[in-house]
Design a protein. Structure first.
Length: 275
DNA sequence: AGGGGAACCCGTACGC
DNA sequence: TGCGTACGGGTTCCCC
């Protein structure tokens, strides 16, 4: 499930691998992943466009084209951007929904088993409008303790839910929300407005550190996530709480508890360490 | 306005 | 064993 670190890994890989390449041919195999653009229009606007760069915003991979259009990919759970340089042999491309043939013989695929992921093509204005609705990037300098504290105070929701709200803070999903709260020793069910400035400062640090460490490990492959080469990220070995319900807390040894009661999503925490 | 709930999709897990 | 069904999961959209 690509969150910020996984999406960042994909975008960096693509940036190094396909910048400067021209798109020679576009094939849409499953049109239901497309948003706001028809197969025909997508093919027309991508044909002969040159890829300028690839980068990340929130949990989106953004591929800038020399035409001014941006290809905006949201992998959700099972989506993957895969570069086929002729080495894929097995089932890697079974779930390809979109194939962009490049001028050097390679092809960029958007593959997605469950197809809850989406692919959109936006012009500059449309992208600006869309991006403006997303919250602050947690790895930006402007994501200060004061900023986080203000976000938390302005809502009546539990803190964990707020961390995952893309309109408030962009890029954090269930895995990293769980991890950051454990690191900051904060109970995920606590009302965000009750978090003190000191706690917000520690939480900000925990968020930034866990995201940076996960990027360094090329992300968390809990189930489906694969990078642009089809490989897994190794941060799953470093997770302290997510997926570790019933196992001992790495800090105090007491048994970690899993619940769905907070936001309908699976939350794992240490009831002894997190208050 | 802000929050709750449905829809999107299909592999996997589970029940009969 | 084989079939049918419920479930999960992030975001968007609709409705209250």
């Amino acid at each position: 499930m690509p969150e910020l670190p996984e999406t960042e890994t994909i975008a960096r890989d693509l940036d190094g691998a396909i910048s400067g390449r021209k798109i020679k041919k576009v094939s849409v195999r499953k049109r239901d992943v497309l948003r706001g653009v028809s197969s025909r229009s997508l093919a027309k606007r991508l044909q002969d466009a040159t890829i300028v760069r690839s980068w990340r915003r929130a949990k989106l991979v953004v591929i800038d084209l020399d035409t001014g259009d941006r290809l905006v990919v949201q992998p959700r759970f099972t989506g993957a951007l895969l570069i086929d340089d002729g080495n894929f042999r097995g089932a890697e491309l079974d779930y390809s929904t979109l194939r962009l043939e490049l001028d050097d013989g390679r092809a960029l695929h958007y593959a997605d088993v469950r197809r809850l992921g989406t692919v959109a093509l936006m012009n500059a204005d449309r992208f600006a409008e869309y991006s403006a609705k997303l919250g602050i990037e947690p790895l930006d300098r402007s994501f200060t303790a004061a900023h986080l504290s203000a976000v938390l105070r302005a809502t009546s929701q539990p803190v964990k839910k707020v961390l995952m709200e893309q309109r408030k803070i962009a890029g954090i999903g269930n895995i990293y929300a769980n991890e950051a709260l454990w690191r900051a020793r904060i109970d995920p069910s606590r009302l965000a407005a009750s978090i003190s400035v000191e706690e917000a400062s520690l939480l900000r640090e925990s968020i930034v550190n866990v995201l940076r460490e996960a990027i360094a490990a090329r992300g968390t492959s809990f189930r489906d996530y694969r990078d642009a080469r089809g490989e897994r990220g190794s941060f799953v070995e470093k997770l302290d709480v997510y997926g570790r319900g019933g196992l001992p807390c790495r800090r105090c040894g007491s048994k970690l508890v899993s619940t769905h009661a907070i936001d309908g999503r699976s939350t794992t925490m240490c009831v002894r360490c997190q208050h």
